[in-house]
Design a protein around this ligand. Structure first.
Ligand code: GSH
Length: 236
């Protein structure tokens, strides 16, 4: 039985099975990435629901694992050298899981770096820009009622990023061609999220990006990825 006592987060969110990966998350575009990867990989894990409603992500126990106070985060009792490891930042976690299992990342060096390049494209571009778009278009629309500039700036940047993705996906099944990788897993929840969480489908001109739309449907049609989109479940 793994000893997780060095991880204060386990005091507040106890592990039922300390031998499996502990996932601390919520069903947001960044949060679902890790459950999707874990489901695709078939790795056993235990999801813990981190409530934003009660600011769980800013609690001392959560901050002990992620000082940045954001989901997702994981703790793997069987990390490098068989020792427990805690990780935050969804891109780093995806890379860790891919390297741990030798899956969701091409084995050759060129394919590996190309995949990582698209993961960074999402982490540094799609996530922050779509997130700011959602903030000004939906969540803080009342604060910028007299100034359309912030929304327009992030809307246009989100559309520009969609056109980059559109060109990449033309004639390709997945971002890396024939292989479904962490590049797809990190990106599609954001394209889906801008529609279902922000209602941005029309304003972001989704209909003008047919290859992205078809790819999004393919991602969601994967049973493991679809399952991960709904994890963790809010406790009763
Ligand atoms: N770059 C980080 C971003 C994480 C992030 O922004 N998570 C959001 C949810 S999608 C969050 O935890 N927000 C809560 C807060 O800001 O307090 C990652 O990819 O893990």
């Amino acid at each position: 039985m793994a000893d997780l006592s060095a991880f204060p987060i386990t005091k507040r969110w106890p592990a039922q099975n300390p031998n499996v990966i502990q996932l601390y998350s919520l069903q947001t575009p960044n949060g679902v990435k890790i459950a999707i990867a874990l489901e695709e990989l078939g790795l056993p894990y235990e999801p813990h629901y981190i409530s934003f409603g009660t600011n769980n992500q800013k609690s001392p126990e959560f901050l002990s694992l992620n000082p940045n106070g954001r989901i997702p985060a994981i703790m793997d009792p069987n990390g490098p050298g068989g020792k427990p490891i805690g990780l935050f930042e969804s891109g780093a976690i995806l890379l860790y899981l891919a390297e741990k299992t030798g899956q969701l990342l091409p084995p050759d060096a060129v394919g590996r770096y190309e995949t990582i390049q698209w993961v960074f494209f999402q982490m540094a571009g799609v996530g922050p820009m779509f997130g700011q778009f959602g903030h000004f278009y939906k969540f803080a629309a009342d604060k910028v009622a007299n100034n359309s500039y912030p929304m327009e700036r992030y809307r246009d940047e989100a559309k520009r990023l969609l056109s980059v993705l559109e060109a990449r996906l033309e004639g390709r099944q997945w971002i890396m061609g024939d292989a479904y990788t962490i590049a797809d897993i990190t990106t599609f929840p954001w394209i889906r999220g801008a529609d279902i969480f922000y209602g941005g489908r029309e304003v972001l001109d989704y209909a003008k990006f047919p290859s992205v739309m078809a790819w999004l449907e393919r991602c969601i049609a994967r049973p493991a990825s679809a399952k991960g989109l709904n994890i963790p479940v809010k406790p009763e």
